[in-house]
Design a protein around this ligand. Structure first.
Ligand code: CO
Length: 381
């Protein structure tokens, strides 16, 4: 997952890696309890975590006093940190601490004593689904919860979640990957999750929300990614405000609204249907609050109006932006034929069909998706 490097002073080390390879830190963060400040660099296939001591009693200060600067630990990601802790403890490894603890980058971590690992301090870590602090963006009498990650100077990338989704439940893992190369900006759509105090509106009001969020972050034009409803908003934003959009990637987006498709899309967001599934009902109540059925009805009603409002083939053909169209081959909401129709209607499009993927961004492995998106956004053709 990363290499930890103990440094006395981060400044000359950061200058060194920039001079050598052009690496610049995309995230710096103090972990007060450990008395350390961490600086993350993206080295392509691996991350570097520079560790700077905040006071003389910190573990890193003791390490520096004893051994000097250099490689401090190797970190490996695991799926279940508590299970790993129990299993390795039972197997007789000497583990540092009584339980996994919170570390930098919203991770839970623990270390194995180097005497059990041939002199290498080994960290095990698990990513938690913890959103960074929200920026409140005033909108329609309330405020939208917006989240930004990555360097302020990096190219801006606006990421849009699907209907009844949220930043936390859908976008966060991919955002974490892409923060290495981009200023990743996202927000919960009106009526959703952290933006639940703004009344939900039909999805095309999403264009105004995107503009308000870009303005709040001082961004004129951004790459855009959108999943499902977010993808629809991305295309409409490109149509309405072509100057604010650079390259667009959409996943699980439909542009052909025949009656069976409308019914499939509506059914899965109709409260009476959702309430037949207790887990999903509980998930939506936790995510969006007790008013989630109202949100679901607003979105479901909006779908009835899609046929008269979707971008026509002529409008799609006039979009000047490169568009990357992605879809799962097991998407049961939107047929692949519709995806192909969208791809063919766009003048400058690329297409990826994801094997085994359903209409569910949160089930996709984040790293391969982030890699595909980065290749597209950083391409100059
Ligand atoms: Co580490």
């Amino acid at each position: 997952e990363h290499l930890g490097i103990a440094v006395r002073d981060p400044e000359p080390v950061l200058k060194l890696y920039e001079a050598l390879f052009g690496f610049v830190p995309y995230r710096s963060e103090a972990v007060e309890r450990e008395g350390v400040r961490t600086h993350f660099l993206d080295a392509g296939t691996v991350k570097l975590e520079l560790l700077e001591s905040l006071h003389e009693h910190s573990p890193v200060a003791k390490y520096l006093a004893k051994r000097g600067e250099g490689i401090h630990h190797l970190a490996f990601e695991v799926e279940d940190i508590d299970a790993a802790f129990a299993q390795l403890g039972e197997a007789g490894f000497t583990l540092l601490g009584d339980a996994p603890k919170s570390g930098a980058d919203a991770k839970r971590i623990f270390f194995i004593h180097p005497r059990d690992t041939h002199g290498v301090l080994v960290e095990l870590c698990q990513q938690t689904e913890q959103v960074p602090p929200a920026t409140r963006v005033p909108f329609a009498g309330g405020s939208l919860a917006s989240y930004a990650m990555g360097r302020a100077e990096a190219p801006a990338l606006l990421m849009l979640h699907g209907g009844l989704g949220s930043v936390e439940s859908e976008l966060l893992p991919v955002m974490r990957e892409l923060q290495r190369q981009y200023r990743v900006i996202s927000f919960d759509f009106a009526g959703h999750a952290g933006s639940r105090d703004v009344p939900a509106t039909p999805e095309l009001r999403g264009i105004a929300q995107c503009e308000a969020v870009l303005d709040a972050h001082g961004v004129d034009a951004a790459h855009v990614f959108g999943f499902s409803m977010g993808g629809t908003v991305a295309l409409h934003l490109a149509h309405a405000r072509p100057d604010r959009v650079r390259r667009i990637a959409v996943l699980g987006v439909n542009s052909t609204w025949d009656e069976p498709t409308i019914q499939r899309a509506k059914q899965r967001i109709t409260p009476s249907f959702i309430e037949q599934h207790p887990d999903w009902t509980a998930h939506l109540a936790a995510l969006h609050g007790p008013a989630w059925p109202k949100l679901a009805l607003t979105l479901s009603d909006a779908i009835d109006a899609y046929p008269g409002r979707h971008l026509t083939s002529a409008q799609l053909a006039a979009l000047p932006h490169p568009v990357f169209v992605l879809a799962g081959d097991r998407d049961r909401i939107y047929p692949l034929e519709h995806t192909l129709h969208l791809y063919r209607a766009l003048p400058d499009a690329q297409l990826a069909i994801l094997p085994g993927a359903e209409h569910a961004l949160h089930r996709l492995p984040p790293r391969p998706l982030a890699d595909q998106l980065h290749r597209f956004y950083s391409s100059t053709d």
